[in-house]
Design a protein around this ligand. Sequence first.
Ligand code: NGQ
Ligand code: ZN
Length: 456
Amino acid sequence: MTSVREFWAARALLPSGWADAVRIAVDAAGFIASVEPGAPPGAARRLPGHVIPGVPNLHSHAFQRAMAGGAERRSPAGHDSFWTWRETMYRFVARFSPEDAEAVAAQLYAECLEHGFTSIAEFHYLHHQPDGTPYADPAEMAKRHLAAARRAGIGITMLPSLYRHGGIFGKEPHQGQRRFLNDIDGFCRIVEATRAAVDGDPQASAGLAPHSLRAVTPAMLQALADFDGPIHIHAAEQPKEVEECLAATGARPVRWLLDNMPLDRRWVLIHATHLDAGEVRDLAKTGAVAGLCPTTEASLGDGIFRLPGFLAEGGRIGIGTDSHVGTAPAFELRQLETSQRLRDHARAVATGDQNPHPGRTLLDGVLAGGAQASGRNLGAIAPGLRADLVELDDTHPLLLGRAADALLDAWVFSGQGNPVRTTVCGGKVVVEAGRHVRAMAIRDDFARAMRRLLDG
Ligand code: NGQ
Ligand code: ZN
């Protein structure tokens, strides 16, 4: 990976809007030192297309990349659902060695970079050995994900997940969940070791992830709630979990969180699919991020997020690729907008009088919300933020003849091609001519891991 100190973008999306001939200087730690529009390229590395900020991916279970496309088949009993997919996932997760986890994660992260994601929030619960015993280093698996991120050159927010129960508020766990389980003390050891492993690395940080209201107790949530950093939790993805939460607590999951937890800008509610109008309004007011994973939510039959109401109330959104049936920001944004259209028989949903382009509106939203969810300084081309840049090739057939916000619409809403030509992450060029600079070696290791996982 080449470290360049200066880039020059023919056109770049800055906080103030599109600007031409933009010179971007990067400091030794990979942060943007200065941004100068209307500047000559000089000796800077030229990015002749449209340059946008790298997109943060706010939700990943990296190991699931190895299942993508392989869990679609009807089961003998039929009635397939999120819950039968989860059984398949539990059987598959039993096979992963630390080496497999690292190889699969590196492949995923390289693919994400090739499509314009430059940061990943790894919601990590695959902690232990297959029989549930901790590894000699309890943070072995977390460190494998950090190693994969470093190899691929993507920024990472490592989110060790607390998983203790198998159903709302204290049900005993399922056999298939053995590798995930910790009590608070075991979890704290993993968190401490993860924090030590990211310390001093400008590309990595750590947060917390109580898995869901199904996996922790209110007391556990309370114990984590004063953490000064990102707190991610799955919430209200499936109707059944809403029903179970109502039965156990008298409140829907997001209402329960609103009433019992200090929801604010630190919090990220992953999915937040099944909300009533009051939850939409009140969640938006907290400043928490709704962590939307549109291609996974479609794949698992979750439901459709209430985007128009949430945006109208000033709600913050970000996107994640979760189970990795998609690995491209453009596909997540398209699925997000087109699912609204299918439900509401409408078009141009994520727009307003001042923002007629859904591609631009959605990109602006998920840059801000994704940056917030990452807990790191990124999400825009501005001094002090990570030098995360994505160059879209405006001579690509998909984008030809389009410019500025109309080009973003074309990127999101047309075709299957990938016009990302160059990705810069933390000042390093990690994708050149559309290919990750270590694509071959990473893919070879991934192929070996897949053989082990599928034959095993
Ligand atoms: C997960 N995935 O943790 O990987 C979950 C499934 C669960 C999604 N929700 C397991 N997409 O929620 O219990
Ligand atoms: Zn998830």
